[in-house]
Design a protein around this ligand. Structure first.
Ligand code: MN
Length: 743
């Protein structure tokens, strides 16, 4: 046994007010405590909880050799000392019966009701959390996990009381266990107590943890403090007297006291400032408890009139409460002989909240649980919750706290036991993006606790999550509805935007080249250098932006190619003429095709255009697409040019040919390929005439290389049936090879 260990074992003395080896608390003690603040408490209920626990733990002993029931009774006592409601105190008696005595939750519920079971259940659950790592970040995550697991804030309070009593009885455990448990208390439970504002519980836990982790420092500091207190005794007393006189002179009623701060907080401060106790002047403080907030400020002013103060040491936590709702005014004054001393001024309610935190909000009046009416606490909860839900009075108060503490976060593990924090409702896809953007982009599924699950399933706290990726996987629009985190959504959006941008650029390049070809300019002759030289005219610096603007429609293909058109006036004129012809034909076509050819389901009188790319005719399967400013354009189903465009599925509409449309005439271009033989032109015109079809235009040419005749024919067609008939006749012409319907 080491020296340190020996020291500790030898000095297991009552160091805490709740834990005393000589004065173990009994059921009677708990009952008396409870009746003090809750005179109408249902004693029968309390007693039956105690009796049930006593029976369940019968025969069990603690490491110290004491009967086990001593532990739950002391936990219940701590809870009663914190003035908690009767259910919580009862849960203190019962908190270990599920875990240690194999009592079923159902049995507990039928005897003691839902609340007690919920608390006991929560405490049992937290007891099972294993703390694997000790780094700061991990500790914070475990605290959050515990918060998330506690459905009711009272679960945490019972757990803290449980830990408090256990800390007080660590002496009977091995040194290794003592240190481990103390370390865990320091890292996990003390910050939780702090967060709940339960400073009494917190300082008890701190005292024990300090005592077991740094026994030598603990004793050294205790001795030093005792000595200081002796020396300072006179000063403390005279200062209290002086403050009291000032208060009396000004007719302010308040309680004045002095206190040495907790050993652990002094120790921490000494370590932080790397100084000895002599170098610290704020290891003790005077406390003035007033009746009203107004008095707080009055007292503050009076003190500053009497003593000099240290500038920069005034802290008004009344105007700006700490996150855990602590309120007080702090200031540091300097005595006549140059000694600094700290003063804290607060009201009684502020004092209770400072000492008891969350627990201060349970209080009894005439046997009824009431809220202390401190609106700031409610405001604080709201702030924590960042939602504006009204927090109503007492009955729903517990519910509201529960809501606040049911963290909006879950914690999950990577396969390497790293903890990741995600909002409630997060999916494996969020997790994937949290790991790495690339993992997110290529995720196809996930394994949660070894089981394959889809990416949209909801993750639960405590799960181990593994992401399965595939190289060619890509994010899609629908992923936006799967993820819950902003960052994952932003990453998916960025990907989609980039994807869209690439597509738009491609589309722009395509439109640009097409327009060049239409003007008989080979796209190959317009290289990037030439384009780069001209795009300044469009206010663009990069070729990509130029193409993108064309693809997006902010630059029309026509205007885009203008700078690239030949400058020869003759050539220009020819192009101009061609363009005019085309325009003329287009107008002709549109006017011939009545706008009542096509009906849009559910609408009348909508401007409808037959698309130029596929020139649908009656009988063709068609689909409508709502364009911007040009009504509905009608494409043939399966039109390649349409499907290659960036089609927004929401703008697709169902359209049908109008029954009256039979009368109309469509211009259809077909290309017929034939063998090269004399007389074939006559045969073809003959065949078309036989099918009583009017030829608007016909151009014949010969491909000498392939020894092939090519006929571009412009026909007036009434319907698809009509066209098919014409094709049938053409097919019977000797030497017919193939045909295509062209644009
Ligand atoms: Mn316990």
């Amino acid at each position: 046994m080491g020296l340190v260990n020996h020291t500790v074992s030898a000095v297991v003395k009552p160091i805490a007010r709740w834990v005393s080896k000589t004065k173990v608390k009994t059921y009677e003690d708990v009952k008396h405590k409870l009746l003090k603040y809750h005179p109408r408490a249902d004693v029968g209920f309390l007693e039956s909880a105690y009796a049930f626990a006593a029976k369940a733990h019968e025969g069990q002993v603690r490491k110290s050799g004491e009967p086990y029931i001593i532990h739950p009774v002391n936990v219940a006592f701590i809870l009663a000392d914190c003035k908690l409601d009767i259910e919580t105190v009862a849960a203190g008696f019962l908190h270990d019966v599920v875990e240690d005595c194999n009592i079923e939750a159902e049995e507990l519920e039928s005897r003691f009701g839902k609340v007690v079971v919920r608390i006991v259940d929560g405490v049992t659950k937290i007891g099972k959390v294993r703390f694997r790592d000790k780094t700061q970040a991990q500790a914070e995550n475990y605290r959050k996990m515990i918060l998330a697991m506690a459905e009711d804030v009272r679960v945490l309070i019972v757990k803290l009381a449980d830990r408090c009593h256990n800390m007080g009885t660590l002496a009977s455990l091995s040194e290794e266990k003592r240190k481990r448990i103390s370390q865990e208390t320091l890292e996990i439970y003390i910050p939780l107590a702090h967060r709940l504002g339960m400073s009494q519980l917190k300082s008890e836990l701190e005292r024990h943890a300090f005592y077991y982790l740094e026994p030598e420092s603990y004793f050294q500091l205790s001795e030093q403090l005792a000595e200081k207190e002796k020396k300072q005794g006179k000063f403390l007393l005279s200062t209290i007297k002086k403050i009291n006189r000032i208060l009396q002179d000004n007719k302010i009623k308040a309680e004045v006291s002095s206190r040495i701060k907790s050993k652990y907080s002094i120790y921490r401060k000494m370590k932080r400032k790397a100084c000895t106790l002599t170098g610290l002047y704020d290891y003790y403080a005077f406390r003035i408890i007033t009746k009203t907030v107004e008095d707080c400020y009055k007292v503050f002013g009076l003190l500053h009139g009497e003593w000099k103060h240290i500038p920069g040491r005034i802290k008004d936590f009344i105007a700006t409460p700490k996150a855990n709702l602590y309120q007080s005014i702090h200031t540091t004054l300097i005595s006549k002989d140059g000694q600094p001393f700290e003063v804290q001024v607060r009201t009684r309610i502020m004092h209770r909240i400072a000492e008891e935190g969350v627990a201060a909000h349970w209080t009894y009046k005439n046997g009824k649980l009431i809220n202390l009416g401190n609106n700031d606490f409610v405001a604080w909860l709201r702030r924590m919750a960042d939602d504006q839900k009204e927090v109503p009075d007492t009955d729903e108060f517990l519910e509201s706290i529960k809501g606040q503490l049911q963290a909006r976060e879950i914690l999950v593990f990577t396969p390497n036991s790293e903890i990741k924090t995600l909002p409630v409702g997060a999916t494996p896809l969020d997790f994937a993006y949290l790991i790495h953007t690339e993992v997110g982009h290529t995720a196809i599924a996930a394994k949660v606790d070894g089981k394959m699950v889809p990416l949209r399933s909801e993750l639960q706290s405590g799960s181990i999550v593994e992401i399965i990726t595939r190289k060619n996987q890509k994010p899609g629009e629908e992923w936006l509805s799967i993820v819950k985190t902003h960052s994952a959504r932003a990453k998916i959006r960025a990907y989609l935007r980039e994807d869209e941008r690439v597509k738009t650029i491609e589309e722009g390049r395509h439109l640009f080249d097409k327009e060049l070809k239409r003007n008989k300019i080979s796209p190959n002759s317009i290289n990037n250098t030439k384009i780069q030289a001209k795009i300044g005219e469009f206010g663009k610096k990069k070729i990509e932006d130029f193409y993108s603007a064309i693809g997006f429609g902010s630059i029309t293909p026509k205007s885009a190619i203008k700078p690239f058109l030949p400058e020869d006036p003759h050539e220009l004129k020819k192009l101009e003429e061609k363009r005019e012809q085309r325009l003329h034909r287009a107008i002709e076509k549109v006017t011939k095709q009545s706008r009542h050819l096509v009906r849009v389901k559910g609408h009348t009188d909508i401007m409808v255009n037959l698309a130029n790319c596929c020139n649908p005719i009656i009988g063709d399967g068609i689909i409508g697409y709502i364009t911007i400013g040009r009504g509905i354009s009608v494409h043939k189903k399966g039109c390649r040019s349409f499907s290659s465009q960036n089609v927004n599925p929401e703008r697709k509409v169902e359209v049908v040919w109008d029954a009256d449309a039979e009368q109309k005439v469509f211009l259809v271009n077909i290309k017929v390929y034939t063998e090269e033989r004399t007389g074939i032109l006559a045969d073809i015109t003959d065949a078309i005439n036989k099918s009583s079809t009017i030829v608007q235009n016909l151009r014949a040419s010969v491909n000498e290389e392939k020894n092939m005749g090519i006929f571009e024919i412009n026909l007036q067609i009434h319907s698809l049936d009509h066209l098919n008939k014409v094709i049938q006749t053409l097919k019977r012409v000797k030497g017919f090879l193939s045909y295509e319907r062209s644009h």
